[in-house]
Design a protein around this ligand. Structure first.
Ligand SMILES: Cc1cc2nc3c(=O)[nH]c(=O)nc-3n(C[C@H](O)[C@H](O)[C@H](O)COP(=O)(O)OP(=O)(O)OC[C@H]3O[C@@H](n4cnc5c(N)ncnc54)[C@H](O)[C@@H]3O)c2cc1C
Length: 542
């Protein structure tokens, strides 16, 4: 078993983790870990793009107002302002790394070509920069290229973070399951950053990759950090309905460019729900689809993008067009079947404006964190922006506050468990029941009874997984199940604490929205900080 030391360990190789590693000083020894390959997270799958204020017709205030509106009264205004005021810097930094955003094709003067900005739900201006419909993949490729040029950064794949190593002063490092050697290494570090993405895999249908199992949230919670607002899981309204293949997201930008939603009989239903119709925020669109599907017993509804020609779709949405073709669907000439699917975890580990969590020396960034930006509903394309803004502020804070480590080695992993599991079926069974349970009882529309049932089932599952975890040799699937069950339980606890409907959380037993918006902050038994509100910000807007 290795016992190594780094200055900073970054867990996660998505937009948040890679951009943090790149912005730390080159004198520091940094490890970037991924439990799979380097492009395994949601980042590579992002289609629409990244929101930023670039055009003089747009304004920072308009972007702030749109975000606050989407967040249904629960956004923290300082966090929103902080993020949006840094959007221009983020775009400049990405361009400096080598990212090519799409330019407008309709401008003849090559020297003064502007970026092509697209539109998405909730935004009052075209402000989404993109690289066709493969923005996330372009970001991942460029950042990984820059990382490979850096001698001070070691990238380790097939490494699953198991638990944080802590002492009375804060974080000392992290235990990591090495998938190549099948053992657990104790890695000592002066600071650890969790950038492990979201937890949408808790749901049966999701647009996320398999690794979105909430690992960072569970690790931080077990180490005594507060988590918040986990009842707000965003369901993307339009994932391709194709029972034989994986769920595939049909980007919101399609609706931004005029695509409409229909029932099987052709009726366009969104104008009945909201005056913004298909461009209403995602929670409204997802709930409308869910309601129409339940009302008529439908398996899906239909998205009509035939307002665009095949050439236009091929230029802006090549990935979507290709994926539809693979499913035998002709996006340019027919309506395609769509369903909502779990897409984004708005809540997460409570952090301040530097991405610092409660445990000294621990930083949490990207989808794993709860910064206060998204409130009760994330606005489209604000999430990549959040990854970059907080990675940058965390890099500065880590650099200025690196702790000195003692000479002692980190405590090695105690693995007295020698039994190799002969019951993979138990993991598989729990995995499936968990995701089905969350879909059926903690989905788009919730009730008190269903939430109570979910809580009861989850308590039994947690005991079973704990028992299994303490008796058998750990494996990556067991670690993911342990983390996801824990996070599902936190989601249900948050959902049960909220006695109202707000944003993405709709409980038909509490259909009204309270006058005062309050965060749901869960404080663990071993908490470092007892406060049940999110941290305040300094110097924002200065
Ligand atoms: C289909 C899709 C489309 C999207 N489109 C957009 C969009 O257009 N615009 C936008 O702003 N947002 C979009 N999003 C959301 C956005 O992509 C994500 O919120 C963002 O990329 C998350 O980045 P991240 O760095 O936090 O995590 P991720 O990119 O998910 O990376 C997580 C990393 O952590 C690693 N990891 C996880 N657990 C462990 C562990 N225990 N040990 C070691 N490593 C671990 C993973 O291997 C991975 O490297 C989309 C999401 C999806 C799924």
């Amino acid at each position: 078993m290795e016992n190594t030391t780094f200055d900073v360990v970054v867990v996660g190789s998505g937009a948040a983790g890679l951009s943090l590693a790149l912005q730390l000083p080159t004198e520091l020894r940094i490890a970037v870990l991924s439990k799979s390959d380097v492009s395994a997270g949601s980042t590579s799958w992002a289609q629409g793009g990244i929101a930023a204020v670039l055009h003089e017709r747009d304004s920072i205030q308009a972007h702030i107002d749109d975000t606050l509106e989407a967040g249904a009264g629960l956004c923290h205004e300082p966090a929103v302002r902080f993020t949006i005021e840094h959007s221009r810097e983020v775009v400049d930094w990405l361009i400096a790394q080598g990212l090519d955003f799409d330019l407008r094709l309709d401008q003849s003067d090559a020297e003064f070509r502007e970026f092509h900005l697209t539109m998405e739900g909730g935004h009052s201006f075209r402000r989404i920069l993109h690289a066709a419909d493969k923005t996330g993949s372009a970001i991942s490729t460029v950042l990984n290229k820059r990382i490979a040029e850096r001698e001070n950064i070691v990238v380790m794949t097939d490494r699953s973070a198991v638990d944080l190593i802590t002492d009375e002063h804060g974080v000392r490092g992290i235990y990591v399951l090495n998938g190549h050697a099948a053992n657990v290494d104790a890695i000592k570090a002066r600071a650890v950053a969790l950038a492990t993405g979201g937890a949408s895999k808790a749901y049966l249908y999701t647009s996320n990759p398999d690794g979105a199992t909430g690992d960072g949230i569970a690790l931080a919670w077990r180490a005594g950090c507060r988590v918040a607002n986990l009842e707000f899981n965003q369901f993307h309204p339009t994932c391709l309905y194709s029972p034989e293949t994986r769920t595939y997201l049909l980007t919101e930008a399609l609706r931004g460019e005029g695509a409409t939603l229909h029932l099987p009989n052709g009726e366009r239903f969104m104008p009945r729900y909201d005056e913004r119709a298909e461009l209403a925020p995602r929670d409204i669109v997802a709930r409308a689809i869910d309601s129409e599907m339940k009302r008529y017993g439908l398996d899906c509804v239909y998205l009509d993008a035939t307002n665009k020609s095949e050439e236009q779709l091929a230029a802006h949405f090549p990935g979507v067009l290709e994926r539809c073709q693979q499913a035998g669907l002709d996006l340019a000439n027919e309506r395609v079947p769509v369903v909502p699917a779990a897409h984004y975890t708005c809540g997460g580990v409570v952090v301040d404006q530097h991405g610092a969590a409660d445990l000294p020396g621990l930083y949490v960034i990207g989808e794993t964190a709860c910064t206060g930006l998204h409130g009760a509903n994330r606005m489209a394309s604000n999430s990549l922006l959040e990854c970059f803004v907080y990675a940058s502020s965390a890099a500065k804070h880590i650099t200025a506050n690196l702790r000195i480590l003692d000479e002692e080695t980190a405590p090695t992993w105690d693995d007295s468990r020698v039994r190799v599991s002969d019951e993979a079926v138990v993991i598989q069974h729990n995995w499936q029941s968990l995701r089905r349970l969350m879909w059926d009882y903690v989905g788009i529309v919730r009730t008190n009874r269903r939430l109570k049932r979910a809580a009861n089932h989850l308590r039994v599952m947690l005991d079973e997984v704990d028992d299994y975890y303490s008796s058998f040799t750990i494996t990556p699937p067991l670690l993911e199940l342990r983390n996801l069950t824990q996070v599902a339980e936190l989601m249900v606890t948050c959902a049960r604490q909220r006695k109202e409907s707000r944003g993405l959380h709709y409980n038909s037993d509490f259909p009204n929205t309270s006058q005062h918006a309050v965060d749901t902050v869960l404080v663990p038994a071993n908490a470092w900080v007892e406060d049940n509100s999110l941290p305040s910000y300094d110097g924002v807007g200065a």
